[in-house]
Write a protein that binds this ligand. Sequence first.
Ligand code: LLP
Length: 418
Amino acid sequence: DLDLLTQPSEGNVLNSDFLLKLAAEYDTPLYVYDGDMAVERYRDLYRFIPYDRLKVCCAMKANYNPGLLTLLRDAGAGLDTVSPGEVHMALALGFPKERIIYTANNMTDEEFEEVLATGVLMNIGSLSRLEKIAEKHPGMRLCLRFNPDVCDGDNVKTMTGGDLTKFGILLEAVEEVKQIVRRGNLKVVGLHEHTGSGLQRCESVYRSMENLMAIAVPENFPDLEFLDFGGGFKVPYKPDEARIDYVAMGAEIARLFEAFTRRYGRRLNMLFEPGKYIFAEAGVLLTEVNTIKHNRTRVIAGCDSGFPQLIRPVLYDAYHQVRNLSNPDGKPQIYDVCGNICETGDRFAEQRELPEIREYDILAIGNAGAYCYSMGGVYNLRAMPTEVVVSGGKVTYVRERLTSEQLCGRILGEGRFL
Ligand code: LLP
């Protein structure tokens, strides 16, 4: 009697009734993604930024779910990839190589050769790698990643610009870059920067753009086809958090870039690589509470997932909303919402006021579409949750959780005693 084919009420698949049906059908822990929302978020960028040569490459590291990525592929999206694994997955999912950019970080020679063979454009972020390319691959087409010298992000661990980070080539090294490029007869078709994830200030976007555009002059780089300003667009995680005025931001981005293209003398492509903006709000993790425990000072709601399956609260002290889908009108109480992992830090929410939670209630952890499943692991030998993608009101993709036996079987099958 489960009517999963019916368009959910409220027009949003992340509404409570529909999620409860999915939890009953697929069991918990369960990741649910609203594929249509992710596609709309991708299209938002084109609505916000009025520039005709805009290209959006979704940051695959935020969510590599094949069901979601296929929807984005069909909508025309490109992908920002960061490892040979991501490059292979992108190609296997049918993304044309022209729509993929590979932003390497501390790559080995083997990884370089592996990606080179695929024909995907590489974004190079160190002088030493550039030197090696000039020597061994003269004439190569590539993109160069610079450190924009702007520091912003929702967390010190996710800021990628400024002095304390490992990313990119320093802006002041541009003369050295030019010498290497000339020596290797390299074709620099793109310049790239990424300031951080969850940028708190619009000005950071503008300043990073200006810093990159300042070196993107034809005298330095005559072969440019695009500038890539990375990702970082923030979305609200807390209920009272304001949403950035992206219409205003997009207009300013387009204005700055139009001025740049006039100075450069040609209309270049403008790339962005958002991850959180596209995926974060399009996903929830559903988990069932199996144990309510009253300690001296705390009420614990213990559930059937844990931090290896959604690590952001533990790793970044990130706030994720928790909804009690089964008892939304219960009397509010203060809870620690804890997982099933043998560590004290295994909490999705600490001292959070929530409607009364009972054993067997289903909780939905919000904003679980970006950097949640993709950062997951099998610590304590608990398999990652099932994932489902919903589009057009129906489930279009399922990736099932391994049973304990399957998980152990895989690990045993991967090893050899010598
Ligand atoms: N481009 C590059 C080169 C990046 O390194 C990143 C993210 C992005 C684009 C996408 O950034 P976004 O639009 O998603 O903010 N695990 C952290 C976020 C790490 C982001 C790393 N790089 C978190 O969960 O907050």
